[in-house]
Design a protein around this ligand. Structure first.
Ligand SMILES: C[S@@+](CC[C@H](N)C(=O)[O-])C[C@H]1O[C@@H](n2cnc3c(N)ncnc32)[C@H](O)[C@@H]1O
Length: 221
């Protein structure tokens, strides 16, 4: 049964109440700490939420990050957001009792509560399939891509290589769990893939400092 985040007092500030996050249902608060950090990252990047902007999110779970981005980064009615998730969970959810059917329902209820469903497109499929679909559609490039789907390095590498082609020049990409210590085998964590990608694409990306376990870069060309 999903718990209401309002019952969790940890780390939740008045700012988050103001953006209606507490009206949402969440069982995991992975994104709460980033609500404190991301506003400064986006301010430094020159993001203007009042302008039409586009975001691609890979891995949405119950929509905590999705709803925060809708409320805080996409205030213009001409903005758009594409969310890709299998709603089948990752390797790390296989044995932790997560009910992904309920996660999926919670995601759609939460997004509905933002009142922004008209600008959200949800691709319920593997990220590689969804990213190839977007490339084939020749969509306009995205201003921001959040990579937080599968944590397997094989999958993250594909997300980054295909995602890069969908990122606008000057656009920002954020990868979650760069310093994740959840798995002993490094191939089961994003770091190896992020390091490989940024080494290979070193002339096309610029490291953007963020003060937590995430990794961000800007596309240069
Ligand atoms: C860590 S959760 C996302 C958390 C969310 N961004 C937040 O901050 O609240 C990861 C999500 O990625 C999805 N996922 C895992 N592997 C995937 C894949 N290969 N393609 C698409 N989605 C995947 C899972 O179903 C899960 O909902």
């Amino acid at each position: 049964m999903a718990k209401h985040l309002a019952k969790r007092e940890t780390k939740v500030t008045a700012d988050h109440r103001a953006d209606n996050i507490l009206r949402m249902e969440f069982t995991r608060d992975w994104f709460v700490e980033y609500m404190e950090i991301w506003p400064e990252v986006f301010r430094r990047h020159g993001w203007d939420a009042e302008e039409p902007k586009s975001i691609l999110e890979i891995g949405c779970f119950e929509g905590l990050s999705t709803c925060w981005m809708l409320n805080n980064l996409l205030k213009h009615s001409g903005s758009r957001m594409v969310c890709i998730d299998t709603f089948e969970g990752g390797r790390e959810h296989a044995h932790d009792g997560t009910n992904m059917t309920s996660v999926r329902e919670t995601f759609f209820r939460n997004v509905e509560k933002t009142g922004r469903t008209d600008i959200v497109r949800v691709l319920e499929e593997r990220s590689d399939t969804g990213l190839l679909r977007l490339l084939q559609e020749n969509q306009e490039a995205f201003d921001f891509i959040y990579v937080d789907g599968s944590h397997l390095s094989t999958d993250v590498l594909v997300d980054l290589v295909l995602g890069f082609r969908l990122l606008s020049v000057g656009g920002l990409c954020m990868c979650d769990d760069y310093l994740w210590k959840g798995q002993s085998d490094p191939r089961h964590s994003p770091k190896m893939a992020i390091d490989a990608f940024t080494s290979i694409f070193s002339e096309q990306v610029q490291f953007v400092p963020v003060i937590n376990t995430q990794f961000a870069f800007k596309r240069l060309r």
